[in-house]
Write a protein that binds this ligand. Structure first.
Ligand code: BDP
Length: 691
């Protein structure tokens, strides 16, 4: 009776959609004869395994949601046997105790109407279930599903830049989802939903705190908190990592130093690791930001990154991994910032311990709308390199701008390093990290479309060969609507959105033109910050004659860090793709572009194209109202209005500033900036989030 009531209530409630369900909405299928024949049954071997339990529950939950209000489904659960029901699902993932990478098969047997999900360990069944539900959710018949997959790379992880007090650095979606204050006594249901969302796209690791790390996470008080989280994530195949503050032995350990070559320091890390592993046997390891932007590191003691990383790697031993970030640039080094990571790390190739990974951002500066791939990829063949991407859109309009990032990551992953493979090839033996965009907002990511970036990250880490288009399509079908006209309109909208942002913010290879600190909005005029490479003017090098950063042999020669064949495509302005022109070259304002236009006209044209594309996105979205529930439709429409205004702001402020430098008039027919340069320079946003 209770079960029946429960089922009826579920069916009868028409809930407004707020985005919480992510891509796991499993909206009821209207036209699915296999569901009309009656409730399917689920049968699981090894049913006591915690991961198999999750897999079974997820499959059941997904099928019930896909079934919607169908009769005679009036039961809260499904039969757990394998008779010849209209469709049966069998989970068979009895592991042999050996490590399992998550490979799975989903194959249907039409004769007895059974769909079998199998693989060498329980996580295979969980991944198989999610993959099956992804297909069903897009309208596929279960008996037509045939999947045989394995992940392209072993580590697929999120990096949270979350502080112990719940503040998220570069977070645009509320507070941290990790409630350290109430842990370990209270575990929020949201963490289980987070685990499920991650597992559904193959993410298998998470670093739960900011790289600008608080030493608190290494204290005894935090171990039970971390353990409670790790225990919750484990059935979903997700290992917990923490960011570790290099100076912790000194700051909280009572030692006079954190020198990596001091035996007391290594002993301290070993003791910490032992304590953590006693509580969390599958603890993943430490992520370290060292000697970067004021963070402590081995160089404070005259030691190298390898000295620091290897010391911590010894403390952890074969239990886990030290992930060492290559995002470094020095306070005292006057050379081009784009060159510094390569200069510091390449000499250390081959010197890192086997359980050290060096984590490299996609580009050499910092998560900009477009950068050429980082020259470290391919240049450290004796080191395990991992790619770091940023899901939270620090430099791409925060959560309010609709910018689908898969095309950007695809661009990086497919870039040929000229040293025996693409970036995807280089990182395939190791993995990919994404700086998370999740927070306490009801929709997780601050906007509905930013969920797509979380989704796309997981899917690309699982299979970097997937196209942005395929990812956009499957995401949109699961998240919003599987109707063809909707998908045919929304997928191109998503695919063009990244180029739109590049065009209205930093066209033609310009970079880091964002305002100071919060990075919200334009600040191309900023030239007075303490460190040269914090200033947008440092990057644009704009003057009366021209614009752009000369990174060829006549300039910083950052170009020489690329393999010769790669460098050759960028060594002359005339040969360089307009996408990277001002990244590599300082050219005159009248430089002839491939379009035949002078650079100045082309630049203004790009800003206009970015604005026009956002206008078109807003128009397209307006036409999609019939396909989307009212709340989410309005949420997106309102954000697009903000993006339209801000794209104009970017364009106008940038053009006004360039004109103040080059003294040039606008190309004929061009709209002048709405306000004076002084107006744009006077804008301040002390309350901007994430800073
Ligand atoms: C920059 C962010 C800063 C991060 C830093 C990093 O502005 O908040 O701490 O990257 O990656 O993009 O360490």
């Amino acid at each position: 009776m209770i079960a029946l009531l429960f089922a009826l209530t579920l069916g009868g409630t028409a809930r407004a959609e707020d985005g919480y369900a992510l891509w796991l909405r499993h909206a009821p299928l209207e036209d699915a004869p296999w569901l009309d024949r009656g409730p399917p049954s689920i049968y699981a071997r090894n049913g006591d395994d915690p991961t198999i339990k999750v897999a079974t529950a997820e499959l059941e939950r997904g099928l019930l949601k896909l079934g919607g209000k169908r009769d005679p489904w009036g039961v809260g659960t499904m039969p757990r046997s394998l008779p010849n029901t209209p469709a049966s699902f069998e989970l068979d993932c009895r592991g042999d105790g050996k490590p399992n990478d998550g490979r799975f098969r989903v194959a249907a047997d039409r004769s007895n109407k059974t769909v079998k999900i199998s693989g060498p360990g329980s996580i295979s069944c969980l991944y198989g279930v999610y993959a099956l539900l992804r297909e069903l959710s897009q309208g596929e018949d279960p008996l037509a599903v045939n999947l045989d997959e394995k992940p392209a790379m072993p580590l697929r992880m999120l990096n949270h830049w979350d502080n112990p007090d719940g503040y998220v650095e570069r977070g645009y979606s509320g507070r941290s989802i990790f409630d350290w204050w109430r842990l370990p006594d209270h575990l929020d249901q949201r963490l289980l939903d987070y685990a499920s969302a991650n597992a559904s796209i193959g993410i298998n690791g998470t670093v739960v705190n900011n790289v600008n790390a608080s030493p608190l996470f290494l204290t005894d008080r935090y171990i039970p908190k971390l353990k409670r989280v790790a225990d919750a994530l484990r059935p979903y195949g997700i290992r917990l990592y923490i960011s570790a503050r290099f100076s912790a032995p000194h700051e909280i350990g009572g030692l006079p130093t954190a020198d990596p070559l001091d035996p007391r320091v290594e002993a301290w890390w070993k003791e910490r690791a032992d304590e953590i592993y006693a509580a969390i046997p599958d603890f993943g390891g430490f992520l370290v930001k060292a000697n970067s932007e004021g963070q402590p590191g081995p160089q404070d003691y005259g030691r190298t990154h390898a000295d620091g990383a290897n010391m911590m790697a010894r403390a952890i031993g074969d239990r886990g991994t030290v992930i060492w970030r290559a995002f470094v640039y020095s306070e005292v080094d006057p050379t081009d910032r784009a060159k510094q990571a390569y200069a510091e790390f390449v000499p250390l190739d081959g010197k890192f311990a086997g359980n050290v990974i060096v984590q490299v951002k996609n580009g050499a500066i910092d998560f900009q709308p477009r950068e050429p791939f980082h020259p470290l990829f391919g240049a450290m063949p004796k080191t395990r390199l991992m790619l770091e991407t940023q899901l939270t859109k620090e430099y791409l309009g925060f959560a309010t701008h609709l910018v689908f990032l898969a095309p950007m990551w695809e661009e990086v992953l497919r870039a040929d390093t000229g040293r025996g493979g693409t970036v995807a090839d280089v990182i395939a033996p190791v993995g990919m990290a994404g700086v998370a965009n999740t927070g306490s907002d009801r929709n997780w990511s601050g906007s509905h479309f930013d969920q797509a970036n979380w989704y796309a990250f997981g899917r690309l880490a699982w299979d970097p060969g997937l196209s942005s288009e395929a990812i956009a399509r499957e995401w949109a079908a699961q998240t919003f609507s599987r109707e063809q006209p909707f998908l045919d309109a929304v997928v191109p909208l998503m695919l063009g959105s990244r180029q739109a942002a590049v065009d209205y913010m930093t066209p033609l290879g310009l970079t880091h033109q964002m305002a100071t600190g919060h990075h919200y909005g334009p600040g191309p005029w900023v030239a007075d910050l303490a460190r040269p490479e914090w200033n947008p003017m440092y990057y644009s090098r704009a003057d009366k004659e021209g614009i752009g950063f000369d990174r060829t042999a006549s300039g910083s020669n950052a170009l020489s860090q690329y393999a010769p064949a790669v460098a050759a495509q960028w060594d002359e302005p005339g040969k360089t793709s307009p996408d990277y022109l001002l990244w590599f070259h300082h050219v005159t304002w009248d430089f002839a572009m491939p379009s035949g236009k002078p650079l100045w006209n082309e630049l203004v044209g790009r800003y206009d194209a970015g604005v026009a594309r956002v206008d078109a996105m807003a128009q397209t979205w307006a036409s999609l109202e019939p396909y989307v529930d009212a709340q989410r439709f309005t949420d997106v429409a309102e954000n697009l209005r903000i993006q339209q205004q801000e794209a104009r702001w970017w364009r106008d402020a940038s053009i006004a500033y360039w004109q103040s430098i080059n003294g040039l008039g606008l190309p004929a027919g061009t709209r002048p900036p709405e306000h004076s340069l002084d107006y744009y320079r006077s804008l301040t946003f002390p309350e901007a989030p994430g800073n």
